[in-house]
Design a protein around this ligand. Structure first.
Ligand code: SF4
Ligand code: SF4
Length: 95
């Protein structure tokens, strides 16, 4: 029998491709976990004048208004440093 096969329009995965992707994902996961473990949370001193600029700029939503000053949740802070650059009175620093 000489049946004609229509070529598939979708590329077939090459041998080992699936395993490589799996290894890559595991490596990426480990790298993210390790970066998070190394992150140094930041804190806000009494110099804070409660302008609120840091809260709106924090990408991790780690800053909120406290009593008399803003505060950072160390569990959420990813050590990006954005708030340090923004604060007009230099009230934010690593713990
Ligand atoms: S260092 Fe980054 S993640 Fe941490 S509180 Fe400041 S802006 Fe948010
Ligand atoms: S930017 Fe500085 S002064 Fe303004 S709320 Fe944040 S810590 Fe306080």
């Amino acid at each position: 029998m000489n049946a004609m096969r229509t070529p598939s329009p979708y590329p077939l995965p090459r041998r080992g491709e699936g395993e490589k992707k799996h290894v890559f994902n595991r490596a990426t996961e480990a790298s993210i976990k390790s970066r998070k473990e190394r992150a140094v949370p930041h804190q806000i001193s009494d110099e804070c004048v409660s302008c609120g600029q840091c809260e709106s700029e924090c990408p991790a939503e780690a800053i909120h208004e406290g009593e008399g000053k803003y505060v950072i949740n160390p569990e959420k802070c990813t050590d990006c440093g954005t708030c340090v650059e923004i604060c007009p009175v230099e009230a934010i620093s690593p713990i």
